[in-house]
Design a protein around this ligand. Structure first.
Ligand code: NOJ
Ligand code: NOJ
Ligand code: CA
Ligand code: CA
Length: 724
C-alpha cells in the first residue's frame, strides 16, 4: 500500500507531495506501531535546520551534481563546436543551472529529501578542447575567470535564480571552488587567468610570478612536492603572490554575495596550509559558511596529515576514510563490516569534530557504487542506509539513486538516465533523509557499536535522549538471529523508518533495554528511532565554524538551550548573543587572547551545558607570510621549525612551533635553505626564530637576538634570514 501511495506522488504538485509524505509518515507510524509520533516532515521549519543556517550542515543531506551531466534545462546555452558532444563523456553535454532549477521545481530533489546541492565550480573555464588530453572543461576544474560564470551552465542571473529557487525550497547551494590551479599550462589557453575579462597572466609568459614553475609535475612523494608542483600539468597558482591572494579572496566574496551556502574546496592537499588558513579566515570574517575540502586519501587507517588538516585547518574534509571503508565492505567486498565499525570508532577520536566531516560512498573521482558492487542493487541501497544514519554530513552522488553505472572518470560522470521517484534507492533516501532534521541523534549523536560480525553492523546514534538504531546485513545469502542486542531506545515497539522497504521489521525493546531476538534476513536493513520531545539538559551539538577571530559570528547548534536567552562563554569570557532559540544560538567571538577555548552554554534557567572543546581564536585578521632561512644545516632526522611571539607561531613554545618546514622546492628553497608559508596576524610586528628539533625532540635555538617582521595589513610577504 505504501509503495503505491509513494508512486502516486508524481501526479501531485510539489507541495501536495510534501503534505502527502508527511501524512504517510504519520500513517506509517501508526500502522507500524512506532511509539514516537514526532517524526517531523521537512515541511516543518525549525530554525537550526533551515537554509538561513549556512554555518552548520549537520542536519543536511547534500546531493552532488556534475552540472553538465544532470539536466539540460536550456539548450540555448549549449556550447558549439568540438567541445560539445553528447555521445562523448569527455565533452560538454548541455546540463545547466536551469536544469537544476527544473528538477527542484518538479519535486525530484525535494522529494528525495536532500537539503543541499554541491554543484560543479560555477566559474568561467577554458572554452576550447584541452590539447594535452582532448577533453573539454565540462567538469569545471579548468578555471579561467573566477569573476565570470561558465556560460555553458548559465548567466549570473541564472545563478542567482538557482540560489533563490533552491532557498525557497529549503535547499542550500554549495559550490565547488578551485584556488589551486587554472587549466593545463602550455596547451590550449596556456593556463590563462583573467579577472573579470582582463588577462592577468598565462602560464608560459608569467612575468609576475602568478604561477609556480617547478619543472616537473608533482610525483606526490611528499606533501611539499604536491603543494608547489603542478598536479597533472595543471597551471599551479602561486597563492603566495599578492595578486593571486587578493584574487581568491575577492572572487569567493563575489560568490558569497550571490548567496551561496557552502564551499567545497578542491585539492586542499596541494595548497599551503598557511595560505589556506589565511583565506578561510578572510571568508569567516565575512560569513561563517560551511566549508569542506578535498584531501584525496585512498586508505581507511589514520593518516596524520589528513587528520591534522581536518582538525586544524578550520575547514571540514570529505571523509575518505569512511567512504573507503563503506566501499570495501559493501561494494568490492574487499573489507567487512568490522572495518567500517573500526573506522567509526577510530575517527571518533582521530577527528576533532567527526560530525562535521562530509561522508560519501561514491563520487566523480571513483567508480560508481553500482559498478563497484558488480551491479548489486541491494548493496547500493544498504550503503545509503549506512551513509544516511552514520556520523558526518552525508553527500549523495547524483544518479547512484537511479543505479547509474560507470568505472573511473569519465565513466562515473554519465548523464542522468531517468528521474524515477519510485526506484527503491530513491525511496530509501527519501524515507531516511528527513530524520537528519527531525532526530538530533543523526545530526549530533555519538556512535555506539551494538552488534557486529563481518556481514552485520548494528550501531546506535544518540544525542541527549534521542536515539537512532540501525541494522544492516550485507550478505545476500545468510540471515542472522540477532540475540543479546541492547539499545538505549526506551521500552516499546518500533517500526522500521523505511517501512520495511529493505525487509526491516518492528523490534520490541524490554524495560532492561534488551531487544527481543529477531532475524536479520539476507540483505536486510532497518532503522528504528526515538526522538525525544524534551531535552534532558542543554547540549551543544556543534559549533560552526570552529575557528575565527574576535568579532566573527559563530553558530552553536544543539538542543535544550531554552526559548529565552541565557549566556555563552568562551573559556571564562562572555560572548555577545546575537540570537537565541532552543536549538540554535548565534554569538560573537569575544575579544580574548588567541588560543583554544571551550564554549559553554548556560540557559536562562541556569542549566550549564557540557563544554564544546577547542574553538580556535586567531590573533585578528590573517595574512600569509613566507618565512625562509638560509644555511640551516642539520644532521639526518633533524627538522627545522619556526617559533615566535604570536599564537600562530606558538608563542615561543617549541612544542607548538610551526613545522617541520620545507626544504626541497627548487624555485623557492632547497636544503640548507628551509621555508614555509604561514598564516600570521596582519599588520603586526612579530619576533621569531628558527629552531632545530632532532628525532628525540631535543631543541637547538638560533643564537643572537630575535628576528623581527612587521606583517602587511593585507596581501602577502616573504622574509629571508640566515640561520644565526
Ligand atoms: C579533484 C577533483 O575532484 C577532480 O575531479 C579534479 O580533476 C582534480 N581535483 C583537479 O581539479
Ligand atoms: C627563548 C630562546 O632561548 C631565545 O633564543 C629566544 O630569543 C627567546 N626565547 C625569545 O624570547
Ligand atoms: Ca544547456
Ligand atoms: Ca599547488
Amino acid at each position: 500500500m505504501n509503495r503505491e501511495l509513494y508512486n502516486s506522488k508524481r501526479r501531485f504538485t510539489r507541495k501536495a507531495a510534501a503534505l502527502m509524505a508527511a501524512l504517510l509518515f504519520a500513517v506509517a507510524a501508526v500502522l507500524y506501531g512506532t511509539f514516537n509520533y514526532s517524526i517531523v516532515s521537512s515541511a516543518t521549519s525549525v530554525q537550526d535546520t533551515d537554509v538561513t543556517n549556512k554555518a552548520s550542515f549537520s542536519t543536511d543531506v547534500i546531493y552532488q551534481i556534475v552540472t553538465d551531466r544532470f539536466y539540460d534545462g536550456d539548450a540555448s546555452n549549449n556550447p558549439t563546436g568540438a567541445v560539445f558532444d553528447t555521445g562523448d563523456l569527455t565533452k560538454y553535454h548541455g546540463g545547466d543551472w536551469q536544469g537544476i532549477i527544473d528538477k527542484i521545481e518538479d519535486g525530484y530533489l525535494t522529494g528525495l529529501g536532500v537539503t543541499a546541492l554541491w554543484i560543479s565550480s560555477p566559474v568561467q573555464n577554458i572554452t576550447v578542447i584541452d590539447g594535452s588530453n582532448d577533453n573539454a572543461s565540462y567538469h569545471g576544474y579548468w578555471g579561467k575567470d573566477y569573476f565570470k560564470t561558465n556560460a555553458a551552465f548559465g548567466s549570473l542571473s541564472d545563478f542567482t535564480e538557482l540560489v533563490s529557487v533552491a532557498h525557497a525550497n529549503g535547499i542550500k547551494i554549495v559550490i565547488d571552488f578551485v584556488p589551486n590551479h587554472t587549466s593545463t599550462g602550455v596547451y590550449s589557453e596556456d593556463g590563462a587567468l583573467y579577472r573579470n575579462g582582463s588577462l592577468i597572466s598565462t602560464y608560459s609568459n608569467d612575468t609576475q610570478g602568478i604561477f609556480n614553475h617547478e619543472k616537473e609535475w608533482s610525483d606526490f612523494s611528499t606533501i611539499e612536492n604536491g603543494i608547489y608542483h603542478s598536479i597533472y600539468g595543471l597551471s599551479d597558482l602561486n597563492q603566495q603572490n599578492s595578486t593571486v591572494d587578493s584574487y581568491m579572496k575577492d572572487a569567493i566574496n563575489l560568490w558569497l554575495d550571490l548567496g551561496i551556502d557552502g564551499i567545497r574546496v578542491d585539492a586542499v592537499k596541494h595548497m599551503s596550509f598557511g595560505w589556506q588558513k589565511n583565506w578561510l579566515s578572510s571568508i569567516y570574517s565575512k560569513s561563517g559558511i560551511f566549508t569542506f575540502g578535498e584531501w584525496y586519501y585512498g586508505g581507511t587507517t589514520n593518516d596524520k596529515d589528513f587528520s591534522n588538516f581536518a582538525n586544524n585547518s578550520g575547514m571540514s574534509l570529505l571523509d575518505f576514510r569512511f567512504a573507503n571503508a563503506l566501499r570495501n565492505a559493501l561494494g568490492s567486498k574487499t573489507g567487512s563490516m568490522l572495518d567500517i565499525s573500526k573506522v567509526v570508532t577510530d575517527t571518533s577520536t582521530d577527528y576533532k569534530e567527526v560530525n562535521d566531516q562530509v561522508t560519501f560512498m561514491d563520487s566523480h573521482d571513483m567508480s560508481r557504487f553500482m559498478t563497484l558492487s558488480g551491479s548489486n542493487a541491494r548493496a547500493v541501497e544498504n550503503a545509503y542506509v549506512l551513509l544516511l544514519t552514520s556520523r558526518g554530513v552525508p553527500n549523495i552522488y547524483y544518479g547512484t539513486e537511479q543505479y547509474l553505472t560507470g568505472a573511473e572518470d569519465p565513466y562515473n560522470r554519465g548523464d542522468m538516465t531517468s528521474f524515477n521517484t519510485s526506484s527503491t534507492a530513491y525511496q530509501v533516501i527519501s524515507r531516511i533523509a528527513p530524520l537528519r532534521k527531525s532526530n538530533p541523534a543523526l545530526a549530533y549523536g555519538s556512535t555506539q557499536e551494538r552488534w557486529t560480525n563481518s556481514d552485520v553492523f548494528i550501531y546506535e546514534r544518540q544525542f541527549g535522549n534521542s536515539v537512532v538504531l540501525t541494522a544492516v546485513n550485507r550478505s545476500s545469502t545468510t540471515g542472522y538471529d540477532i540475540t543479546g542486542l541492547y539499545t538505549n531506545l526506551p521500552a516499546g515497539t518500533y517500526g522500521d523508518v523505511m517501512q520495511g522497504l529493505l525487509g526491516g521489521n518492528s523490534i520490541t525493546v524490554a524495560g532492561n533495554k534488551s531487544v527481543e531476538t529477531f532475524n536479520l534476513a539476507p540483505g536486510e536493513s532497518a532503522v528504528w528511532q526515538y526522538t525525544s520531545t524534551s531535552a534532558a539538559a542543554p547540549a551543544i551539538g556543534n559549533v560552526d565554524p570552529n575557528m575565527g577571530k574576535a568579532g566573527n559570528v559563530v553558530t552553536i547548534t544543539g538542543e535544550g538551550f531554552g526559548a529565552l536567552a541565557g549566556s555563552v562563554k568562551f573559556g571564562t569570557a562572555a560572548a555577545v548573543v546575537n540570537s537565541w532559540s532552543d536549538t540554535i544560538i548565534k554569538v560573537t567571538v569575544p575579544n580574548v587572547t588567541a588560543g583554544n577555548y571551550n564554549i559553554s552554554v548556560t540557559t536562562s534557567a541556569g542549566l550549564l551545558s557540557t563544554p564544546y572543546d577547542g574553538f580556535e581564536v586567531l590573533t585578528g585578521d590573517q595574512v600569509s607570510v613566507r618565512f625562509k632561512v638560509n644555511n640551516a644545516a642539520t644532521s639526518w632526522g633533524t627538522g627545522v621549525y619556526l617559533v615566535g611571539s604570536c599564537y600562530e607561531l606558538g608563542n615561543w613554545d617549541p612544542s607548538k612551533a610551526v613545522g617541520p618546514i620545507y626544504n626541497a622546492t627548487t624555485t623557492i628553497g632547497v636544503y640548507p635553505t628551509w621555508f614555509m608559508d604561514v598564516n600570521v596576524p596582519a599588520g603586526k610586528t612579530i619576533e621569531y626564530k628558527f629552531i632545530k628539533k632532532d628525532s628525540s625532540g631535543n631543541v637547538t635555538w638560533e643564537s643572537g637576538s630575535n628576528h623581527s617582521v612587521t606583517t602587511p595589513a593585507s596581501g602577502t610577504a616573504t622574509v629571508t634570514v640566515n640561520w644565526q
